[in-house]
Design a protein around this ligand. Structure first.
Ligand code: AMP
Length: 294
């Protein structure tokens, strides 16, 4: 595993690799993904690299986190390109399990998200989503046994839930979060952006545009969460987004706030055509909206 990318297809092979790493006292950093890699995913590889000896990246489209009528079958996939990108970024190990590897028998034990964080925002709209995410992440942690795992702030609610799962279930893995990587215009990178037509791209900018406006309004002194969320909603609608939600929430439990604070998070979701996009930003301070110059 020195330099070249090793591709691992089965759980048993993954275990052998983990044992070899342990025997040679090398730490493993883990980046779970659903593939169709972009710069957002690859930035997580860079973060992992700072903390560990070996970086493992998984590519697995997890059926359990898709609801009926969602885009499981359409989800973009290109394994060959993903492996090239991973190798180019210095990933040591690509873990590409099949459905049969991850779910060799019907799953009867699930990690249920908590009633508070789990039922808000995306949890309210996609009822089985986070139970599917937490369960597969717990399983992948069991397979890879990473020392560190890296998740993006792009999926902010997911990151909050994973941190809580690791804490409450005493999982021996450290979670690192990475900033949102955006395209030049501000659109948060996402595999689902591949669904957008050229005509739909301006509308998709409505999400990051709304977040930027909310941050500016907060900076000018607006503290009413209701005013801020209505502003976000209005701007998204104007851009042509069918708004799913636009909320200003507390950063740790995602409860709605009345008076916005610098550490509050504005979280938005909406449809452009049939594509569901999400985005979020802290109201003040360091934010990837700033990082990208958007
Ligand atoms: P996904 O393949 O969409 O399930 O994402 C895999 C990981 O990449 C998750 O931790 C995401 O939060 C992270 N990620 C996806 N898009 C971005 C982005 N634009 N910036 C930073 N992290 C991202």
């Amino acid at each position: 595993m020195s330099g070249a990318l090793q591709t691992v297809h089965s759980v048993s092979e993954m275990r052998r690799v983990r044992e070899a790493a342990t025997a040679t006292r090398r730490t493993i950093g883990f980046v779970p993904t659903m593939g169709y890699l972009h710069e957002g995913h690859l930035s997580l590889v860079d973060v992992a690299r700072r903390h560990v000896d070996l970086v493992a990246l998984s590519i697995y489209v997890n059926p359990a986190q898709f609801g009926a009528g969602e885009d499981l079958d359409a989800y973009p996939r290109d394994l060959e390109r993903d492996l090239e990108l991973a190798a180019g970024r210095g990933v040591d190990l690509a873990f590409v399990p099949s459905d049969g590897d991850v779910y060799p028998e019907p799953q009867t034990i699930w990690v249920e998200p908590p009633e508070d964080v789990g039922r808000r925002l995306c949890g309210e709209r996609r009822p089985a989503h986070f139970r599917g995410v937490l369960t597969v992440v717990a399983k992948l942690f069991g397979m890879v046994q990473p020392d560190v795992a890296v998740f993006g702030r792009k999926d902010y609610q997911q990151a909050v839930l994973i941190r809580r799962m690791v804490r409450e279930l005493d999982m021996p893995v450290r979670i690192e979060l990475a900033p949102i990587v955006r395209e030049a215009g501000g659109l948060a990178m996402s595999s689902r952006n591949a669904y957008l037509t050229a005509e739909q791209r301006p509308a998709a900018l409505g999400l990051s545009g709304a977040l930027r406006a909310v941050r500016e309004a907060f900076e000018r002194g607006e503290r009413s969460a209701e005013v801020l969320r209505q502003r976000a909603r209005g701007l998204m609608e104007e851009a042509g987004v069918r708004v799913d939600y636009a909320e200003v929430v507390e950063a740790n439990d995602l409860s709605p706030v009345v008076e916005a604070q610098p550490a509050s998070v504005c979280a938005v979701a909406g449809y452009v055509g049939t594509t569901r996009l999400i985005d979020n930003a802290l109201l003040a301070g360091s934010s990837s909206l700033d990082d990208s110059g958007a």
